[in-house]
Design a protein around this ligand. Structure first.
Ligand SMILES: NC(=O)c1ccc[n+]([C@@H]2O[C@H](COP(=O)([O-])OP(=O)(O)OC[C@H]3O[C@@H](n4cnc5c(N)ncnc54)[C@H](O)[C@@H]3O)[C@@H](O)[C@H]2O)c1
Length: 173
C-alpha cells in the first residue's frame, strides 16, 4: 500500500522505515530541503544519520504527497498542523484516511488534532481519522526495537487497518 507521511523528522522518517519494512511504499513530504536530500540521495535518516531503506522517497511537494496515496500520516508538530491541513485540503482529489501520530494540542485553541482535521478537511475528502500513539521513541524504533502503540478511532475497522499496515500483533482489550 502507498502511504504519504507529512513531516519527515525524527518520528516521521522512523515510521517510514517501519512501514517500508512491512511492504508499504512510502513518500515523505517535508519543507526541510536538507532532510529531503539526505533521504533521497544519501538514504540516511535525517535526524539519526543511520541508513534507511533506499525505497523511501521524500519530496517538498505537498501536491505530490496528496496524490501519492489514500493514507496520510500526520507527523508535523501540532503547532504546524492546521497550516499543513489548510494547504493540503484543496489538493485532495479522493477521500483520505488521516493517521495522526503527533502529540499534544493546538497552542491558543487547545484543540485536539482530530478537531483540527474536522475543521480543515472537507467532509467529502475525509474517509476517517485514526490516532496512533504510545510509549514509543524514534531513537529506539529506528533500531527496530519492540514497542507498544494503540490505534484508536471512532471507526474500529480503520483502527485495525492501521495496525495491519504497521504489521503489528493485534491485542484486543
Ligand atoms: N520523536 C519521537 O520519538 C516521537 C514519538 C512519537 C510521537 N512524536 C510526535 O511526532 C511529532 C513530530 O515529532 P518529531 O520528533 O518527528 O519532530 P521533528 O522536529 O524531528 O520533525 C518534525 C518535522 O516537521 C516538519 N515541519 C515543521 N513545521 C512544518 C510546517 N509548517 N510544514 C511542513 N512541515 C513542517 C519539520 O521540517 C520536521 O522535519 C511531534 O508531535 C511528536 O510529539 C515523536
Amino acid at each position: 500500500m502507498n502511504v504519504s507521511i507529512l513531516g519527515g523528522g525524527a518520528w516521521g522518517t522512523t515510521l517510514a522505515q517501519v512501514l517500508t519494512d512491512n511492504g508499504n511504499k512510502v513518500l515523505i513530504r517535508d519543507i526541510n530541503l536538507d532532510f529531503i536530500k539526505k533521504i533521497n540521495e544519501n538514504h540516511v535518516h535525517p535526524f539519526f544519520d543511520l541508513a534507511i531503506p533506499e525505497s523511501i522517497m521524500a519530496t517538498e511537494s505537498l501536491e505530490e504527497a496528496a496524490g501519492f496515496s489514500d493514507v496520510i500520516v500526520l507527523c508535523v508538530p501540532t503547532k504546524a498542523m492546521r497550516q499543513v491541513l489548510k494547504e493540503i485540503n484543496p489538493l485532495l482529489k479522493t477521500k483520505k484516511t488521516f493517521i495522526n501520530v503527533s502529540k499534544g494540542i493546538e497552542p491558543n485553541t487547545s484543540l485536539r488534532v482530530s478537531e483540527i482535521v474536522d475543521e480543515e478537511i472537507a467532509k467529502d475528502k475525509l474517509n476517517g481519522y485514526v490516532v496512533l500513539s504510545g510509549p514509543s521513541h524514534a531513537e529506539e524504533v529506528i533500531l527496530r526495537k519492540a514497542t507498544a502503540l494503540v490505534a484508536a478511532s471512532y471507526n474500529s475497522n480503520l483502527a485495525c487497518f492501521v495496525l495491519i499496515i504497521q504489521h503489528s500483533h493485534l491485542i484486543y482489550l
